[in-house]
Ligand binder design. Structure first.
Ligand code: SF4
Length: 80
């Protein structure tokens, strides 16, 4: 199982929703119109949301694609 790290700069999310269309298991549009990265925690030092865990290959692909789909590149994906 790949270990992935996703960092989400929610402040600069424009609510384009591409992430939630590509990968609805991990992204949900909140009431304020921006996305939430499900299962992530806010890093108090950076103000960004982080999700770091082992996921299935399928979920890793889904998260990688969501990062690529974001038009303002506020999702950073890395994989070990
Ligand atoms: S695709 Fe990017 S800008 Fe659009 S909702 Fe998702 S994180 Fe926000």
């Amino acid at each position: 199982m790949p270990k992935v790290k996703v960092v989400f700069d929610r402040t600069n999310c424009i609510g384009a929703q591409s992430c939630s269309i590509v990968c609805p298991k991990f992204w949900k549009i909140a009431e304020d119109g921006k996305a939430d990265l499900l299962g992530s925690k806010e890093n108090p030092q950076t103000g960004k949301y982080e999700l770091e865990k082992e996921v299935s290959n399928e979920d890793a692909v889904c998260l990688r694609e969501s990062a690529g789909a974001c038009p303002v590149r506020v999702i950073t994906f890395s994989e070990e």
